[in-house]
Design a protein around this ligand. Structure first.
Ligand SMILES: *Cc1c(COP(=O)(O)O)cnc(C)c1O
Length: 381
């Protein structure tokens, strides 16, 4: 018997109720049935993203939503600043370049976060910059930045702020309206407990003014003005992935039943437990500013990431992620997003201990689980 357990930081585990919801017979999308679903989904997304701004639902993965935001917010004469500390930060700089958008791509060391100081210094140095894009939770390095503090800097400087919140929305505290985030970007298959295929953007009025006046948006399918016009009628410009929208209503209702504050606390506890467990069994936490939605650990000397991940999968069906590019072979990652709870986290840590033990790593068997248990038990008390 093999029971698969998805601990990758996307796609993440989906509740059975959501899968069943999407398996039910469906109707055509140009109907009041679907408009009702879109209306519900949009209102729920506003609650999950904690915003009163318009939320646009895009058929496509998170990258599609990000591309729509980048292209829409950069009319001729604009200039973008991206802070890149991992794979995803780099992607946003690449998109800008591919579309011929003038862009300053500022690299920070992988495993460190974008800081308000860096953003402030770069904005002072180059007043031509009109918008800034940061990654709230850089999944490739399991690193989170202080988005609120960065929002204060961009707001004071009068610049638009775009934030990749793909692994922060539904996991980390996020308040785009209070934090002056103009474009909040996320996707379906991380904390929002859906299979891949939808992207979402929360867009401020300030950003809409730029997008609406953008005469040169090289976007047809990902044109936000078209999407907004249709969204006013709870409709979409093209055929939507309507079963995913149906699943979304179900998934978000599960999140909202807990309430976002409670979800954030649970995710933080799972991350704290995983970090504590790692340290208790001699594994270093990679990031200097760890995100709570995903943890990157360094394997012990003499054990390769490849063998460790293979063993976790072979023995207990645990799917983890490795490192990408410069972090390949250096880290492995366990997600705390989607349909995972405290006991799933204990299970993953127990499996990790068993596998490391078998592979010859010397540590106190059970020390990781004990460290995690303490954190969870204190939450119950
Ligand atoms: C997963 C992820 C993306 C990419 O989203 P896709 O849905 O794969 O297009 C972008 N940014 C971050 C931080 C992510 O974790």
């Amino acid at each position: 018997m093999k029971k698969f357990r998805l601990f990758t930081p996307g796609p993440c585990a989906v509740p059975e109720e959501v899968l069943v919801e999407m398996a039910r017979p469906f109707r055509h999308h140009r109907t009041d049935w679907f408009k009702g679903l879109m209306k519900q989904a949009t209102e729920m997304l506003q609650q999950v993203l904690q915003t009163r701004n318009d939320v646009i639902i895009i058929t496509g993965s998170g990258t599609a939503a990000a591309e729509a935001g980048i292209v829409g917010c950069n009319p001729p004469g604009s200039k973008m600043l991206t802070i890149e500390g991992g794979k995803f930060g780099e992607r946003w700089g690449e998109i800008a370049q591919q579309f011929g958008i003038p862009v300053t791509r500022h690299a920070v060391e992988w495993g460190t976060a974008a800081t308000p100081q860096i953003v402030s210094d770069l904005l002072k140095k180059d007043p031509a910059i009109t918008c800034v894009m940061v990654v709230h939770s850089e999944t490739s390095t399991a690193t989170a930045c202080d988005l609120k503090a960065i929002g204060e800097v961009t707001h004071a400087a009068g610049k638009l702020l775009l934030a990749d919140c793909i692994t922060s929305a539904g996991a980390l505290p996020l308040k785009p309206d209070e934090w002056h985030v103009d474009v909040t970007i996320t996707g379906a298959q991380k904390s929002l407990m859906l299979p891949p295929g939808l992207g979402f953007l929360g867009i401020s009025e300030r950003a809409w003014q730029v997008i609406e006046n953008n005469k040169n948006a090289h976007a047809y399918y990902l044109n936000l003005n078209k999407a907004r016009k249709m969204a006013k009628e709870s409709d979409t410009p093209f055929t939507p992935a309507h079963l995913l929208v149906r699943g979304l209503v179900k998934a978000l209702s599960i999140l909202l039943e807990d309430g976002m504050e409670s979800v954030w606390k649970r995710v933080a506890a799972m991350a704290a437990a995983t970090r504590a467990a790692g340290e208790a069994i001699g594994l270093k936490v990679f990031s200097k500013s760890p995100s709570d939605s995903v943890t990157a650990l360094c394997p012990p000397a003499g054990i390769t990431v490849k063998d460790l991940r293979n063993e976790l999968e072979k023995r207990y069906g645990i799917e983890s992620a490795g490192g990408q590019d410069q972090l390949k072979g250096k880290i492995f990652r366990l997600g705390h997003m989607g349909y995972v709870d405290e006991m799933d986290t204990v299970l993953a840590i127990a499996a990790l201990e068993q596998v490391l033990y078998k592979m010859g790593h010397k540590f106190d068997l059970g020390a990781g689980v004990t460290a995690a248990q303490k954190i969870f038990a204190e939450r119950l008390a």
